[in-house]
Ligand binder design. Structure first.
Ligand SMILES: Cc1cc2nc3c(=O)[nH]c(=O)nc-3n(C[C@H](O)[C@H](O)[C@H](O)COP(=O)(O)OP(=O)(O)OC[C@H]3O[C@@H](n4cnc5c(N)ncnc54)[C@H](O)[C@@H]3O)c2cc1C
Length: 388
C-alpha cells in the first residue's frame, strides 16, 4: 500500500486541507470509477483514511482524535465529495456514533470506546431507521427488555450505512414502548456485533455505491447494561437527534462537494466540446447554466460554513444547519442535472464521471432528515425567532 501522509500531527488547518487535497488526487480520483461501477468496498482506501485519522476527525484529542472544528471538517468533506461522495459516508455516520458517546456517554464508556473508534480499529455508524419508521423516528418498534444486568433486544433496522463492514452501531430502541410522549421511552445503546445481531441483506441502490447499506436483524440480542449510553433510559431520542445537527452540516458539505464537482466537470467539458465552430461555453444558453451552477455552488458553500461556524461557537444553529442542508443538497441535485445536460449524450455514458454524481445526488436530499422536514424545521425556527 502507498504511504499516506498522516493528518494527525499537522496543526495548521490549511496544511491539513492540502494533505487531503493531495490524497484525493493521488488515491481517490484514479480509483473512483472502477469501484463505483463494481459497487466494491474500497478496503485499501479505508486503510488510508484510518492512517490519516479521518475516523477520529471530530473526536477530541484526549481520546486520540484530531479534534477538528466543524468548519474544518466540513471543508474536508467538501473536497472529498467533489470527487467521490460515497466514501465520506464511511466515516460520517461512524463519527455520529463517536459523537453520541463523547457527548452523552459515561467516563467509562468514553475511555473504552472512543480511542478505538478514533483510530478506526472499531468502525460503525448510526442505526435509527426501521422498515416502518424513518422520518417519524418516535414510531420505531425495536424493543429492549431489562433482564437482570442485561437488556434483551429484538427488532429490525434498515438502510444502515456501514451495516456490513462496520462492527459497532449506536442503536435506537424503545425501553418503554407505552411511554407518552413516545420519545421518553427511547434509549440509545452502543451495540457491537455479536450473537443475536446479524446482517439481513445488502440493499441495492441507484447510486452511493461502494458503501454498504444494510438491513440489520436483532433476535434476543443481549447487551450488558453498561452499553446504554449515559446509563440512563429515556434519553435516546435526544441523544440520537443531538448528533444529527453535526450530521446535517456534514451532509450539507457533501452537497457542496457534489455541486462543485458537477460544476468543475461541466466547466471543463464546455470548453472542450465544440458545436457550430466554437466551444459550447461560448453559446449563451450554456453560459447561463454555468453562471447559475457557479452561484448555487458558492451560495451552498457559504451557507454551510456559516452553519459550521455557528456550531463551533456553540450558538443555536438548527435553522442554519437546516438551511445549509436543504440548500446545498438541492444545489447538488440541480448542478448534477445541469452538468449532465451540458455533457449531451456523453453525460448519459458510464465513461464520464457526471453520471455518478447524477446518481449520488438525490440521496443527499433524503438522508439526515429529508428536505421536506428541513423546510419545516427552518420555518418553525424562523417564526420563533421573529415573533409578531
Ligand atoms: C442510502 C441511504 C443511507 C441511509 N443511511 C442511514 C443510516 O446510516 N442510519 C439510519 O438510521 N438511516 C439511514 N437511512 C435512512 C434515512 O435516514 C431515511 O430514509 C430518512 O430518514 C427518510 O425516512 P423514510 O425513507 O422512511 O421516509 P418516510 O419517513 O416514509 O417519508 C416519505 C416522504 O414523506 C415525507 N414526510 C414524512 N413525514 C412528513 C411530514 N411530517 N411532513 C412533510 N413531509 C413528510 C418525507 O419527507 C418523504 O418525502 C439511509 C437512507 C438511504 C437511502
Amino acid at each position: 500500500m502507498r504511504p499516506v501522509l498522516p493528518l494527525a500531527p499537522v496543526n495548521e488547518d490549511a496544511a491539513l486541507l492540502e494533505a487531503v487535497e493531495r490524497w484525493v488526487e493521488r488515491s481517490l480520483a484514479p480509483a473512483v470509477r472502477e469501484f463505483d461501477h463494481a459497487d466494491r468496498y474500497p478496503a485499501a482506501i479505508v486503510e488510508e483514511m484510518k492512517q490519516m485519522g479521518l475516523f477520529g476527525a471530530t473526536v477530541s484529542q484526549e481520546y486520540g482524535g484530531l479534534g477538528l472544528s466543524a468548519a474544518t471538517y466540513a471543508e474536508i468533506v467538501m473536497r472529498i465529495s467533489s470527487v467521490w461522495m460515497a466514501v465520506t459516508g464511511i466515516f460520517n455516520s461512524h463519527l455520529m456514533l463517536a459523537l453520541a458517546i463523547e457527548k452523552f456517554g459515561t467516563p467509562a464508556q468514553k475511555a473504552r470506546w472512543l480511542p478505538r473508534l478514533a483510530s478506526g480499529e472499531v468502525r460503525g455508524g448510526l442505526a435509527l431507521t426501521e422498515p416502518d419508521a424513518g422520518t417519524d423516528l418516535q414510531g420505531i418498534r425495536m424493543s429492549a427488555r431489562r433482564e437482570g444486568g442485561d437488556y434483551v433486544i429484538n427488532g429490525t433496522k434498515t438502510w444502515i450505512s456501514n451495516g456490513i463492514e462496520g462492527s459497532c452501531f449506536a442503536l435506537l430502541v424503545k425501553t418503554d414502548p407505552q411511554a407518552e410522549p413516545r420519545h421518553r421511552g427511547m434509549s440509545l445503546f452502543i451495540a457491537p456485533k455479536g450473537p443475536g445481531f446479524s446482517v439481513g441483506r445488502k440493499l441495492e441502490k441507484l447510486g452511493y455505491k461502494s458503501i454498504d447499506s444494510a438491513e440489520l436483524v436483532f433476535q434476543d440480542y443481549r447487551l450488558p447494561a453498561d452499553h446504554l449510553i449515559g446509563e440512563a433510559e429515556g434519553q435516546g431520542f435526544y441523544q440520537a437527534t443531538g448528533g444529527l445537527l453535526l450530521g446535517r452540516i456534514n451532509v450539507a458539505a457533501r452537497g457542496v462537494g457534489v455541486a462543485e464537482g458537477a460544476l468543475r466537470l461541466a466547466t471543463a467539458y464546455a470548453q472542450q466540446r465544440k458545436t457550430f465552430g466554437k466551444p459550447i461555453c461560448e453559446h449563451q444558453a450554456i453560459q447561463l447554466k454555468l453562471a447559475e451552477m457557479a452561484t448555487r455552488a458558492r451560495a451552498a458553500r457559504l451557507l454551510t460554513l456559516d452553519a459550521a461556524q455557528a456550531f463551533d461557537r456553540g450558538s443555536r444553529c438548527d435553522m442554519e444547519a437546516g438551511m445549509a442542508k436543504y440548500f446545498a443538497t438541492e444545489a447538488a441535485l440541480e448542478n448534477a442535472t445541469e452538468s449532465l445536460r451540458i455533457h449531451g449524450a456523453y453525460g448519459y455514458s458510464k465513461e464520464y464521471d457526471i453520471e455518478r454524481l447524477y446518481r449520488d445526488a438525490p440521496l443527499l436530499c433524503i438522508g439526515e432528515g429529508t428536505n421536506e422536514m428541513q423546510r419545516i424545521i427552518i420555518s418553525r425556527q424562523w417564526i420563533k425567532r421573529h415573533p409578531a
